[in-house]
Each structure stands twice: as C-alpha cells, then as structure tokens.
Design a protein around this ligand. Structure first.
Ligand code: SF4
Ligand code: SF4
Length: 301
C-alpha cells in the first residue's frame, strides 16, 4: 500500500513544530518519521532513537588537479568563473574545494588531462529506531548548502522504509522557512499542517509559507501554538487561514509542560499536560483529513 505523507511545517523556527511532530508520532500508532530539517535536525533529541548505521550523502562533485601531469599552463585558472583555482608561489595549481561549483569546465579545457572530478561527501543520513517507529534523519556537512537535495533523499528513504515495513504513514518534520529545503519537503506530500504562533512575525511568516503550500495545491490545516498569548491575533489568523482554504484551524494554549517535556527528552503526550490534550485533538482532526485525502475527496485553493 502506498504510504500517506503528512508534512508539518512552520514559516520560521521556534514555533513548536518539532514538539508537535513528536507528539503526533506518539499518537499515530506506527509511522515512519522523517526529519527534513537537515540544517538543524532536532527530532532525535525528543525521540532519543537507537542510532542506525550512518551513510554518506553526496550531491556535488569537485575538481582535483593531479600534480604530475600538470604543466602549469594556467588555463584552468583562466576559465574558472568561481576563482576556485589557485597558484602557489612554486607555480603549482590546486582547487579550493569550498569555492568549486563542480562545473567541470577546467577539466574540459586542461590540455594535459590533469584534472578529474570527484564526488564530495557533504552530509550523512541514517535510519534509526524510535519507540514510535523508524526515524530517517540526516546532517548536512559544515558550509554545505545543498540541503534541498538532502531533504529529498531523506523523504525518498522514508518512503522506501514505509514500503519495506508496511507502515501506512510518513510523518515529516519539514524544513523551516520558504526556501529550497521547504519546497523539497512539500513536493509530492499528501497533507500539510502549518504550525504558527500569534505574533506579527509569526503571522507574516505563515502567510508566506502558505503561499508556497497553495502553489503546490496541497490540502492544508493550521495549528496556532501558544494561542492564549494573543487571543485577538489568534482569532484573526484562524479566520484568515480558513478563508484561504485551510481544512481546519486548531489552537494550543501555552503550557510550560511542552518545554519541560523537551528538557526531559520525551514527547509532550507521554509527559502530559493541557497542551497534550489539545495536540491530541489536533492529531485526531489531522488523521481524519488524511483519510479524506486518501479517498481523493479534498478540493483546495
Ligand atoms: S589546465 Fe591543466 S595543465 Fe594547465 S595548469 Fe590547469 S591543471 Fe595544470
Ligand atoms: S569545476 Fe568549475 S568551479 Fe570547479 S574549479 Fe573547475 S572550473 Fe572552477
């Protein structure tokens, strides 16, 4: 059976998105979890998995100069648009692996056939074991910026794991913001839950990320976290998103138990508290919406 994929996103960090995902994991009764926030993965901090075997991830290549055949003609440095080729005082040429964009132009023009392209390992990914199901997570290398490709890889592995283990749901902790990683988190998903908070910046960021979601024509709902901190803004945000086509809008009031659960390294449902009850209601509604999308019943803006 084709697994359904729920992606939980937020317009920015710090809205409580990961706490919601961990709580949903506890409530789902068997799902593959995918941490798509590869720049700052933190789902494992709450789920405390038994770590799986790490696998290298490579999404780019870099030029390498072989010193022996190199004649020192300087042609590679002339053609490189990224200033990635440098010449030492001894007239030896080398490549800056950070600056190199992997275009391979230098390799093509080298008259001595002294340049080859090599894959660069720019991240690691693994499938770990949590008490709620397998967790696919990854870490991007320092100064690497191909996080969209690593997000796509995490989701691909999550789907393969769900098919292999016969699990019907993929629960993805989406990347924050509206850039390439969040687009990679959303492509091909079945349902989106956007977590926000009732602040002016939270509302602004939510508007921007929902534009992206609507661009993909995905069914979506909104959860306003810490709703009681600004009831007027919460009301305005929920009215806005319902007018924009959200299937539902739920609120969760501020509860110090959420932070206490994080510190204790457990999900908020296991920890307990009034937020746990509200999140459980949000999960029930999300599960119903996912079931409707499976029937192909949902129309959205
Ligand atoms: S183009 Fe080739 S031979 Fe010339 S400096 Fe570069 S690596 Fe050496
Ligand atoms: S592969 Fe492209 S970016 Fe890298 S050193 Fe060669 S010309 Fe420059």
């Amino acid at each position: 059976m084709e697994p359904r994929e729920l992606v939980v996103i937020s317009g920015k960090g710090g809205t409580g998105k990961t706490s919601v995902v961990a709580a949903f994991a506890a409530l789902a009764g068997g799902a593959v979890l995918a941490d798509c926030d590869v720049d700052a993965a933190d789902l494992h901090l709450v789920l405390r998995p038994e770590l799986g075997e790490p696998h290298d991830f490579s999404s780019r290549s870099c030029a390498v100069i072989e010193p022996d055949p190199c004649t020192g003609c300087g042609r590679c440095a002339e053609v490189c648009r990224f200033d990635a080729v440098s010449r030492s005082p001894d007239d030896e040429y080398s490549i800056d692996t950070i600056a190199c964009e992997g275009c391979a132009l230098c390799m093509r023009v080298c008259p001595a056939d002294a340049i080859r392209m090599e894959s660069v390992v720019n991240g690691v990914w693994m499938v770990s074991t949590t008490r709620f199901g397998p967790l696919v997570h990854a870490r991007l290398g320092v100064a690497e910026d191909n996080s969209g490709k690593l997000v796509t890889h995490v989701r691909k592995e999550a789907r393969a794991t769900a098919l292999r283990e016969g699990l019907p749901l993929i629960l993805a902790d989406g990347a924050p913001g509206i850039g390439c990683p969040v687009i990679a988190s959303l492509t091909g998903a079945h349902f989106v839950l956007a977590v926000t908070e009732p602040t002016v910046s939270g509302r602004h960021d939510l508007e921007r990320v929902l534009q992206v979601v609507r661009g993909f024509r995905l069914p979506f709902a909104v959860l306003v976290n810490k709703a009681d901190l600004n009831p007027e803004l919460t009301e305005a945000v929920t009215a806005d998103v319902l007018a924009q086509g959200a299937l539902f809008a739920r609120t969760v009031d501020y509860d110090p138990a959420v932070t206490a659960a994080q510190v204790a390294g457990v999900d908020v449902v296991t920890y307990g508290g009034r937020a746990a009850a509200a999140i459980e209601e949000a999960w029930n509604e999300t599960a119903r919406a996912l079931a409707v999308t499976e029937e192909g019943d949902v129309s959205h803006a």
